[in-house]
Design a protein around this ligand. Structure first.
Ligand SMILES: Cc1cc2nc3c(=O)[nH]c(=O)nc-3n(C[C@H](O)[C@H](O)[C@H](O)COP(=O)(O)OP(=O)(O)OC[C@H]3O[C@@H](n4cnc5c(N)ncnc54)[C@H](O)[C@@H]3O)c2cc1C
Length: 305
């Protein structure tokens, strides 16, 4: 269960007591404030607070240029220009604070993004809940033969059943031992900060994560990508939906230039120019390595290939 009844009641109370503000608000984001979006089997993403909107990006950019217009189409054009030219600081004027509940092995990937402010649930102070991520059967896959960092075919039949059983049994028995060690019934009880070391990496943790829009988009570009592990990608996908509602023009530009666009090397650009002139360019004549050429071909073939 992503949220306990007490947590849900707290959130409902926040939503039931709107506050007045003179600040600019983003109508799309107001709908998400204090609601939890379920992710994986026990996780969630929840917007705790945010600052700024599409207009704040333009306002900041126009201060640096000392001029500006105010129509929506001009704002969209300006935001696309900023995104196209990697003019990033205006996007840093928007911020978001999220409450995220996620398995520890996902948190380890997430925390590599250093440009955010984080405060994590303390397992030295509090007792962790008995909640473990166990993949849905369709996400239990074999090691990929092609990609050392990825998955291949989905596991099936008796093997899939056995794997699920092992995951559940190991997590359950590790948690039983955790509970046994910290118990103070008839014994001193081991400190929580020590007892937790026996818990598996699929146990859930929680944190508050505050980041500016520029660095959030960088995170989303890496983690909403098909190369990212499924278990972090689903969080990134949920956050993409939030950002789309929060700053629609910035998200549209991001989708176009970053998610949908691609960066080409000098050799890649040269190949495209030669192809447009009718030359049959091959890997050998491209000057690219086999790996680069494969990725270049995949780019030209498009996402459906
Ligand atoms: C598909 C995938 C596979 C990965 N595989 C591995 C792996 O096998 N092993 C592994 O260790 N990691 C791996 N990573 C993590 C990756 O190397 C980055 O650490 C992670 O994506 C964070 O990226 P970042 O540093 O750009 O982000 P952030 O930390 O958010 O930083 C954003 C940007 O700020 C700048 N910046 C931040 N801090 C500094 C600094 N101290 N000095 C200079 N510039 C800074 C950089 O320009 C950086 O790009 C993987 C990531 C992905 C997406």
């Amino acid at each position: 269960m992503p949220l306990s009844p007490e947590q849900q009641a707290e959130i409902d109370a926040e939503r039931a007591a709107p506050r007045e503000t003179l600040r600019a608000t983003a109508p799309g984001m107001e709908r998400h404030l204090y609601t939890a979006i379920p992710v994986l089997d026990h996780g969630f993403v929840r917007v705790v607070d945010y600052m700024g909107d599409d207009a704040a990006i333009c306002q900041a950019a126009r201060v640096s240029y000392g001029r500006g217009t105010k129509s929506v189409s001009n704002d969209e054009g300006l935001i696309r220009y900023l995104m196209r030219h990697w003019h990033s600081t205006p996007f840093e004027m928007c911020e978001i604070k999220l409450h995220v509940k996620l398995p520890i092995f996902v948190a380890r990937q997430w925390i590599r993004h250093r440009t955010a402010n984080v405060n994590e649930y303390s397992a030295r102070y509090s007792i962790l809940d008995r909640e473990f991520y166990v993949p849905e059967p369709e996400h239990l896959a074999a090691q990929s033969a092609l990609n050392h960092q990825g998955r291949g075919e989905t596991l099936s039949g008796a093997e899939a059943d056995r794997v699920l059983r092992i995951l559940r049994d190991d997590a359950g028995s590790a948690y039983d031992h955790y509970a046994e060690m910290i118990s103070t019934e008839g014994q001193q009880g081991l400190a929580r900060e020590l007892a937790r070391m026996n818990l598996p990496a699929n146990i859930y943790t929680q944190w508050y994560w505050k980041v500016d829009l520029h660095n959030l988009l960088h995170f989303l570009r890496l983690r909403a990508d098909t190369h990212a592990q499924y278990e972090i990608r689903v969080y990134a996908d949920a956050i993409c939906d939030l950002v789309r509602d929060w700053v629609p023009a910035a998200y549209a530009a991001f989708e176009d230039y970053r998610l949908g666009g691609a960066q080409l090397s000098g050799k890649g650009m040269d190949c495209i120019r030669r192809m447009l002139k009718g030359e049959a360019v091959t890997q050998e004549s491209s000057g690219m390595s086999k790996g680069e050429w494969r990725e270049f071909q995949a780019l030209l073939d498009g996402p459906s290939a």
